[in-house]
Design a protein around this ligand. Structure first.
Ligand code: GDP
Length: 447
């Protein structure tokens, strides 16, 4: 899921190339694209507006870290804002609140087909398995034929008790009977699977309110289908204010929803997303992790962590030392090796893909020679097989020496040539960077 949004943002951030502080014009240009991308992903317009305003305000004037590009820095800011929009890193908010006198009542609401019954059984199973709770489930759905039987079957599969079915009872009566049974038989948790409708209507809302007033639920979870896009947002809006929602369950997160619903849901309901349904099986449910989903939306989790790592761990002196050497045109194979080692440390080629200015050329050269992360290690081995003199002066490497290096590192002579070619490409790219941005440009390259 979310592919198009990630692609789009990739394109946008590629074009940010200034240094120093983030300029307002650049940020606004980038945000125009982010806005379109979010709208295309079906995020509700007011939510998009709020998001853009906030990110713009945060980004303009921010100093670009010395070892990342402005694009990377903006991605980090967008990422952090997304995490917040999705409910923040506040894991407590997305946990079920069962801290009350048992039986604690969890009421499940939502439209027909949203995955309500399945989610009821999934959550019940989790509570039994992970928290050792004794759970009773009851279906209050008297509209849909066989809805109560469906829950009974799921209960058997999940090894969770269900309230015996009594034909002809109305939802409030069933709720009362379930409460009584739960009390008498000392259940910890009572889960009420309420009726759905094809559309939100007054009768449905009246029924939900009536049930809520007798059952006094600790949690009221709205179940919505992530694939239904803007509809899911409308549904959430209708339920909010009518019933005292405490959280949202997003189902079909295993499908390829465009992600807009996820992004809007928290903003529209003001309630945390507590679970994500990821399949039809009763184990296919996960706690909702804002950080993970934001990373998935951007498709740039690696970049975000690069910026974080760069901020913490990359030594400015290294970059500066290299910069000084570069100014004297002294980029040798020792420096290349240091670069390779740093790239490996920072997550390999994939993570760095095309994001750093000047690295593009080298990247193309790498792609042309089918480079992957194992190749980084092999290149390191090749350079290690050279003498210090050869590393400092690659021109010394004649055919005979190349054969020795190849034998020493267990590769072919052509592999040695590739390393030398790459060194040349990088030397060239660096000279360009020096022209473009001097020390700061180099800082970016030598992240
Ligand atoms: P209800 O009418 O809201 O109670 O919906 P159901 O629980 O009966 O679910 C409707 C259909 O959606 C069933 O076929 C479920 O197996 C399926 N379903 C529910 N949750 C998920 C999910 O997270 N992923 C997928 N792929 N299917 C789901």
């Amino acid at each position: 899921m979310f592919e198009s949004l990630a692609d789009r943002l990739n394109g946008v951030f590629d074009s940010l190339r200034g240094r120093g502080a983030l300029q307002e014009d650049d940020v606004r240009a980038a945000m125009r694209e982010v806005r379109i991308a979010l709208l295309e992903a079906d995020v509700a317009l007011p939510v998009v507006r709020r998001f853009i305003d906030k990110v713009t305000e945060q980004a303009v004037g921010q100093q670009v870290l010395r070892s990342v590009t402005p694009g990377q820095q903006v991605i980090k800011i967008v990422n952090d804002a997304l995490v917040e929009m999705l409910g923040g890193g506040d894991e407590d908010a997305s946990r079920l609140d069962l801290d009350a006198k048992p039986p604690v009542v969890i009421m499940m609401v939502g439209l027909q087909g949203s995955g309500k019954t399945t989610s009821t059984a999934k959550i019940a199973k989790r509570l039994r398995e992970k928290e050792g709770k004794k759970v009773l489930m009851a279906s209050l759905d008297v509209n849909r034929p066989a809805a109560q039987e469906q829950l009974a079957v799921l209960g058997q599969q999940a090894d969770v008790a269900t309230l015996p079915i009594v034909a002809g009872q109305q939802p409030v009566e069933i709720a009362n009977r379930a409460l009584q049974a739960a009390r008498l038989q000392s259940f910890d948790v009572l889960m009420l699977d309420t009726a759905g409708r094809l559309h939100v209507d007054e009768a449905l809302m009246a029924e939900m309110k009536a049930v809520a007033s007798v059952a006094v639920p600790r949690e009221v979870l709205l179940v919505v289908d992530a694939l239904s896009g803007q509809d899911a947002v409308n549904v959430a809006q209708s339920f909010t204010g009518e019933v005292p929602l405490t959280g949202v369950v997003l189902t079909r997160m295993d499908g390829d929803a465009r992600g807009g619903a996820t992004l809007s849901m928290r903003a529209v309901t003001g309630k945390p997303i507590k679970f994500a349904g990821t399949g039809e099986k009763l184990d296919a449910i996960e706690e909702f992790h804002a950080v993970r989903v934001a990373n998935r939306i951007l498709g740039m989790g690696d970049i975000v962590s690069i910026v974080e790592k760069a901020a913490e761990s990359v030594k400015a002196e290294d970059a500066e030392r290299l910069a000084k050497r570069m100014e004297k045109g002294e980029f040798d194979l020792n420096d290349l090796r240091m670069q390779l080692q740093q790239m490996t440390k920072m997550g390999g080629l994939g993570a760095l893909a095309g994001m750093m200015p000047g690295m593009k050329k080298a990247k193309q050269a790498m792609a042309a020679s089918n480079m992957d992360d194992r190749v980084l290690l092999r290149m390191d081995a090749i350079i290690s097989s050279m003498t210090p003199d050869e590393r400092a002066k690659p021109a010394l490497l004649n055919a005979k020496r190349k054969r020795r290096v190849a034998a020493g590192s267990g590769v072919e002579v052509q592999d040695v040539n590739k390393v030398l070619k790459m060194h040349q490409e990088m030397s060239k790219a660096m000279k360009q960077i020096k022209k473009m941005g001097g020390l700061k440009g180099l800082g970016a390259l030598f992240g």
